[in-house]
Design a protein. Structure first.
Length: 494
């Protein structure tokens, strides 16, 4: 075959998948029809669970340096500033949750950092290359490209957005609803020094004539750091949205104290109507849908980009186990089984937040948007063998918490989990012999309340795949993940 996996679309979802496959030694061709990375800030919030993913992928230090905490909201009535409030419920990091709050990073900067990480790992993006057709056989998928090439691969993953060419070519429908029929404008604007708004607040004109306006300061915008994301609503469903630089300047001048001259640059702009929809299926043979190709959200609540990142992170390790470790191809069936229910829940959450905001019921965004509580207890890949657990016990399918690790607690469990391997963690029970495998690590803790007592097999994506008090059934489960039995056990790590 020409490659192992073809990835269509170099947005956050496609880049995360390409990074994950690269570190697993899986050959991937990432094609992007645009000539450059997406230049705008459409998604600007990285939730705590996504920060954990970026930690594992080796890009978190750069992301933290590029980001900032969300600022307080400040309301305005015309040219008069009003009170402040916090849209984000904030909390302190804990042993179990080291990244406790959403991070403000414009999408263009997140993508730049992911792209740099992909290059470090030897990957690349074929810009200016569109998918024009897709065909499947029993043992391969053929991708026809705008360059005239036909690339043959074992699998193809569509990360090509809400208007996915791949999804349409496969005839997969999208089921959903219009969240709000009124149009919205989103743009990145650079304000001149001395403009009427400061960078210490997220500014909101909720009752502006024609529709509400919000200006959020964005970190990483370049010299002077004067970049803001503008979001503007329209009261009239039939309103024509002018996305030109002149139109954006005129809107700000009409609805806020800013003048047209205060807008030094309009870097990017777009219009949309909020919609919630999900693909009828996330897989067709050897083709998978991920990110906006599989589900589209209202931007309210900051779920879209983050859910796409989680899609890629879920699928990447499974493709790696099948293509490089001999796991049964049936492992890939769990992608749709795990991600489709999560996407449905997140769509519902985004829709509720959008409609509450549109009705003037702005509430704080807390644990429900952070994606830390999402899990896969009902997945065919989650095997819980301990009977009679209390309701609040950590179970197979749950996120594996962080915590201290090592003789004096100087290390972290996330340090142990980081990488493309499986991890068998014994807490308060002996560590049993396990099949020798270069992709399986073992570790022992005498006690850790967050886990309770037992054996926990942590998947490469940081979720518990198997749990028990004895190793009965563990070897059989490892075989389903491509960790086949071998003569010599891996020694325990202390």
């Amino acid at each position: 075959m020409d490659t192992d996996v073809v990835i269509v679309g170099a947005g956050p979802t496609g880049l995360v998948l390409a990074i994950d496959l690269a570190r697993r030694g899986v050959r991937a061709l990432l094609v992007e029809k645009a000539e450059v990375l997406f230049p705008g800030s459409r998604g600007k919030g990285l939730q705590p669970r996504s920060l954990e993913v970026l930690d594992d992928l080796g890009v978190l230090p750069a992301v933290l340096a590029a980001g900032a905490p969300y600022p307080l909201m400040r309301g305005w009535e015309g040219a008069e500033p009003q009170g402040e409030w916090d849209m984000m419920a904030r909390s302190e990091p804990t042993e179990q949750v080291p990244y406790a709050n959403v991070l403000l990073v414009p999408q263009f900067r997140t993508q730049e950092l992911l792209y740099e990480r992909l290059l470090e790992l030897g990957g690349a993006v074929r810009f200016g290359t569109a998918l024009t057709g897709v065909r499947q056989t029993t043992d391969a998928v053929e991708a026809e490209l705008s360059t005239g090439e036909t690339v043959r691969a074992a699998y193809l993953v569509a990360c090509d957005g809400g208007r996915s060419t791949v999804r349409r070519a496969l005839g997969i429908g999208m089921t959903g609803e219009t969240v709000d029929p009124r149009p919205m404008l989103v743009a990145d604007v650079r304000l001149s020094p001395g403009a009427a708004v400061d960078r210490g607040n997220w500014h909101l004109w909720a009752t502006a004539p024609g529709g509400g306006v919000a200006l959020c300061p964005l970190p990483g915008g370049g010299p002077g750091d004067e970049l803001f994301q503008l979001v503007a609503g329209f009261e009239d469903e039939s309103a024509a949205v002018d996305t030109s630089a002149e139109g954006v300047r005129a809107l700000l001048a009409a609805r806020t104290p800013l003048t047209a001259e205060d807008v030094a640059e309009v870097r990017w702009s777009s219009d949309f109507r909020a919609r919630a929809a999900m693909a009828d299926r996330f897989r067709d043979g050897r083709v998978f849908l991920a990110g906006d190709a599989a589900h589209v959200h209202s931007p309210a609540g900051g779920q879209g980009l983050n859910t796409g990142v989680q899609d890629a992170y879920n699928l990447g390790w499974k493709l790696g186990r099948v293509l490089r470790h001999g796991a049964p191809a049936a492992l890939l069936d769990s992608y749709e089984a795990e991600r489709q229910p999560v996407a449905a829940d997140v769509l519902g959450l985004s829709t509720r937040i959008h409609r509450a905001s549109a009705a003037g019921r702005t509430t704080q965004r807390g644990a429900e948007v952070q994606q830390l509580g999402l899990g896969y207890r009902d997945s065919p890949c989650s095997v819980e063998t301990r009977p009679g657990l209390p309701e609040d016990a950590l179970r197979a399918g749950d996120r594996a918490p962080d915590g201290p690790y090592g003789p004096s607690g100087e290390g972290r469990l996330f340090d142990l989990f980081r990488g493309p391997h499986l991890t068998l963690l014994a807490v308060g029970v002996p560590l049993p012999p396990v099949p020798a495998s270069p992709s399986l690590r073992t570790a022992h803790l005498s006690a850790y309340e967050a886990y309770g007592t037992g054996l926990f097999l942590v998947r490469p994506d940081g979720y518990i795949g198997w749990a028990g008090t004895t190793p009965t059934g563990l070897t059989a489960h490892l075989a389903t993940l491509g960790a086949a039995p071998a003569p010599d056990p891996i020694p325990a790590r202390v």
